[in-house]
Design a protein. Sequence first.
Length: 417
Amino acid sequence: MTKIKQLSNGITVVMETMPYLKSAAFGVWVRVGSSNEDDSNNGIAHMIEHMLFKGTSRRSAKQIADEMAQIGGNINAYTSKELTSYYATTLSEHLPLAIDIIADMFNNSLIEEKALKKEKGVIIEEIDMYDDSPEDLAHEMLQQRIWKGHPLGYMISGTKKVVRKVSRNQIMDFINTYYVGDNMVISVAGNFEEDKIFALLQEQFGVIKKSCENNVIERIKPEYHKVTCKKQKDIEQLHCNIAFDCISYLSEERFVLSILNSILGGSINSRLFQKIRENSGLTYSIYSYGSSYKETGLLHIYAAMNPSQTSTVLKKIYQIIGDLKKKGVTAEELAMTKEQIKTEIILGSESAKSKMNSNGKSMLNRGRVTPMEELIEGINRVSISDIKEFANRYLDLNKCSLSVVGNINDIDLKAFI
């Protein structure tokens, strides 16, 4: 059963008890990411996520890691374009300690200059790592160029030049602006005593200040720009990413997108995987995926191939899209895909970590927890005509964007631009 409460400072708490489990998951979600940054501090949200693990007035960085290890728990965090999440999973009896550790990180982190300088080096290595990953690079290049001039196009990790310059004062100002009660959601799922845990959350997180006027920013919806990006890298495979302007995660059509994506390239029985990888043997990796945000979104297709096969692979991708738009999907495909997605939803509901994640993200993004029954109803409602109409509206080959990474000197992309 799911209950929604509020701490005295406005932090929303979502609690879902699962008494048949012996574990619990706990997460704090902050409505801040790289889309809240500007040219002078790009990467700061991600930097803060790193720094909260680097020691508090009560614990060193090693003690944070050791205390979680001693209870067999897992603690982690991530930053995205629109949110930052800190979370832990552990056995039910150790949940209070996991909460205490993350609360300590929020309330008492030192953000020491020496540790900051050291961590900047780690983040710069992380930026280089992404640059060395052609799959990530093809994706990031597209989003940067498609939304050029808008914060949604920023790299989450930032640029090396800006990361080096970010000061401790900038970090503290950013925390004071965004790490406030009305900008946060706490999600707990699993086997735990509801009243006891809520009282602990009030004690540990209720001391955070309630609000900050500076974090209310009127955002302009990012404009989609058709772009072509090329990056020469001396590697064996060519990595290609195609992107289409698509919908926000708030759209009522998100269920249509979920099914369309699964049929197109989101599973091993999808059209792209079966026709290009399995039947033709032209790629090792090919798939589609959505990147949805509050105001907009993209639908991507990624493929990695021998450079000599580039033209053939792109033609086949475009043919599969054209066929999907013209003929739509079959009743068999639709029924099978609905069952796959509904199974994923139901299996996810049986895991404390999955429930904590879905409840926290739903509350932060939508202001409510979406019941599993509503998700299944949304999937069931999608028709063959819905998918065909959606594909014809969004899979516009004249407006899609393209990025390629690899040995591109001898590749002729003109036919696909």
